[in-house]
Design a protein around this ligand. Structure first.
Ligand code: IVH
Length: 670
């Protein structure tokens, strides 16, 4: 008996960890299918052994994506998930079961695409979007209205006629493949971690604190569920067609079906045609069409009995492991990489796949010469998901993580409390040095054109550039005879180096490669410290007093500037004429087109800026300032003591109220 309890606990622990990796970190370590398998295993054990039930078990929740920094609200109707299956037979059984549960009545089934993004609930009153909320833990979600307003396919004002005065519509926010690839290209060039798939990219983007950046990322939304007390039709399909006529993006793929044969044909068709869609789908959803029948079938604790998700198998291949190589990154982290016998997977040849870290090698228990399963679902990046134990040679040894750095021979160390193993030779290990040069010239840092990975390595190997400061001593003559470069590209590099001297302070701070100082932290530091000399002189107390800067970042900054050679680099950059201080734009206020098309009413008193400054900001960012609230008002920027008459009018017309902080977050950060 004890061992069953043990088994249940182990499964709960594993599922909790995977939930966290998936929903909080956006970095799943196992496939959805593996997750579902574990969950099903736990569900079965708990069913057979109710004495071990726990209200906090992962089987009792739908997974949480709640993020601090957003206001949370209760869903009027909980956002449940769907029961799912990978087998066509189980879909057929679902249809049979629905008929059985309805005394053999005629049952129509609606087939839909299952979009692989992040779910959203939109509330409309009097034809206007008033609130957008994420699923969260299913019961309460994050209010992300400002971000959702940037998604052009979501109507803020409905068109047509017949919409209920108040209703909710749910759907999926997705990042189209094209945008996903563009974003990852950009991140690769900037030396930032890539998103594993469009789903993570969409949910990560929706949770950003800066709506202007969200707007840039090309999110899209498909709607698939209408809820409310006064819906126009008594069936799901007709309601969704009505929603399309009100301006919503309702997928054209939706079909009403009368027979199991039609359902099976729908599956066959989309298993192939999904490859041609502009967005990722991870399966299909089948719903009972009649709302009355839906009501009769009801719900289990977690999902409706009137719907089921059919999930596509992720594409998977089995291929022998040739060897594991170990790569040293800019920050010294060693990444193990599986080098595989090339294999064809979803249309591309896969030769290598990251194994991430030692813990993952151990949990997969990879041995030398093993045959490995490689998967590529909605994912661009191939992933090792398991080992074919049947093909293992009896005398094969487990893959061992290396003990010394493959590049410089230093003894490796494990970062306490983390999975990372690093080379501590920060300033003498060539790939780390080259990595920092590559980072410095990257697009989101100093944006120096013409120096890619190979050029950076060559400049280092030729002894031309060992630190970012060396870039400013380069001359066209030094470069034009190097392999792959000519007069033209040499001139382009030198011009880029020259132009980089004017990069704003936040980029210079980001470009320095201070551990844990990413783009956002660099912006914060630039804004608060206003110069690099000031930053260098700050102690832990002063640093942690800045918003978003915790003790770990503070310690890292202090360590960094405690190193003589780093101070020397900064001094040389300053001599070369690189920006060391915050430059104010002409008005000192940010400019963009973040508020284009928006009519905004200002009301109340404010903390951070004067009313006149807010007026100016609205105009500098493409918006229009209006004096009184009307149907045309996009939102009210409300400070303290907003007049009661205005408040009432805003509420009556369903105009959103935006606080000072929310408003500032919509603008590009200076
Ligand atoms: S219906 C109560 N329809 O899949 C039923 N969901 O695993 C509500 N999803 O949380 C969901 N495409 O995020 C429905 N056509 C579709 C869908 C869909 C994607 C997502 C949704 C949901 C999850 C369930």
């Amino acid at each position: 008996m004890d061992s069953v309890k043990q088994q249940i606990e182990t499964l709960r622990e594993a599922l909790n960890r995977h939930n966290y990796n998936y929903y909080v970190l956006n970095q799943p370590e196992i496939s959805d299918k593996e997750f579902d398998m574990l969950l099903k295993e736990l569900e079965k054990l708990e069913r057979d052994h109710p004495e071990f039930d726990d209200p906090l078990s992962p089987t009792h929740r739908v997974g949480s994506d709640l993020t601090k920094g957003f206001v949370q609200v209760l869903h009027e109707r909980p956002m449940l998930s769907l029961g799912n299956t990978y087998s066509v037979e189980e879909v057929d059984e679902f249809v049979d079961r629905a008929r059985g549960g309805l005394d053999g009545e005629k049952v129509q089934i609606v087939g839909e695409l299952k979009f692989d993004g992040t779910s959203i609930s939109l509330l409309y009153e009097d034809g206007r979007l008033v609130q957008a909320v994420t699923r969260g833990d299913g019961v309460r979600g994050d209010v992300v209205t400002a971000n959702v307003l940037t998604i052009r396919s979501i109507p803020t004002q409905l068109i047509g006629e017949g919409w209920p005065r108040r209703f909710e519509i749910r759907g999926e926010i997705v990042m189209p493949w094209k945008e996903f690839e563009r974003l990852n290209d950009e991140r690769k060039r900037a030396g930032e971690p890539l998103f594993a798939n469009p789903r993570n990219a969409a949910s990560g983007t929706l949770k950003m604190q800066n709506p202007a950046e969200v707007a840039r990322r090309g999110l899209d939304a498909y709607l698939y569920y209408l809820l409310g007390d006064e819906l126009p039709f008594d069936n799901h399909y007709d309601n969704m067609q009505a929603a399309r006529s009100w301006g919503f993006k309702v997928p054209e793929a939706m079909r009403v079906m009368d027979t199991i044969e039609e359902v099976d044909a729908f599956i066959q068709r989309w298993d192939v045609e999904r490859r041609e869609l502009p967005v990722a789908i991870d399966g299909l959803v089948f719903k009972v069409n009649s709302l009355r029948q839906q009501l009769n079938l009801g719900y289990t604790a977690k999902s409706p009995r009137w719907a089921i998700a059919y999930k596509f198998q992720a594409e998977r291949a089995l291929t022998p492991l040739r060897f594991v190589s170990f790569e040293v990154g800019r920050t010294g982290v060693i990444t193990p990489v599986a080098n595989l016998e090339p294999v064809l997977l979803s249309g591309t040849i896969v030769k290598r796949a990251s194994l991430h870290n030692d813990d993952i090698i151990r949990s997969l228990d990879i041995h030398e010469g093993d045959h490995l399963y490689v998967e590529k679902g909605g994912e661009i990046i191939p992933k090792i998901t398991g080992v074919d134990l049947g093909a293992r040679q009896p005398d094969s040894r487990p893959v061992e993580f290396i003990k010394v750095c493959p590049a410089c021979g230093s003894e490796l160390v494990r970062v306490p409390g983390e999975a990372a193993i690093v080379c501590p030779n920060t300033y003498g290990c060539p790939p780390q040095i080259i990595g920092r040069i590559e980072h410095y010239v990257g697009r989101r840092m100093m944006d120096i054109d013409g120096i890619g990975d190979e050029t950076a390595a060559m400049l280092y190997e030729r002894g031309l550039v060992k630190t970012p400061a060396d870039l400013y001593r380069l001359r066209v003559e030094d470069l034009m005879h190097l392999e792959g470069l000519g007069q033209k590209s040499a001139e382009r590099i030198i011009a880029g180096v020259e132009a980089s001297k004017r990069a704003p302070l936040e980029r210079v701070i980001f470009a320095l490669s201070i551990p844990y100082v990413g783009e956002t932290v660099a912006k914060r530091l630039a804004k608060s410290c206003r110069s690099i000399p000031a930053l260098m002189s700050m102690d832990a107390e002063a640093l942690t007093a800045i918003d978003d800067i915790g003790p770990r970042i503070a310690a890292s900054i202090i360590d960094f500037f405690g190193v003589e050679s780093n101070r020397e680099i900064v001094a040389q950059l300053a001599d070369a004429g690189v920006t060391m201080e915050l430059e104010e734009s002409a008005s000192g206020l940010p400019e963009s087109n973040a508020l284009e098309g928006k009519t905004i009413v200002i009301s109340g008193t404010f903390l951070h800026h004067s009313r006149d400054e807010y007026k100016e900001m609205i105009e500098l960012n493409g918006g229009k300032n209006a004096g009184s609230i009307s149907k045309k008002t996009s939102f009210v920027l409300a400070g303290d003591n907003m007049g009661p008459a205005k408040l009432e009018k805003a509420q009556k017309l369903g105009v959103a109220i935006v606080t000072e902080d929310e408003f500032l977050a919509m603008l590009p950060q200076v």
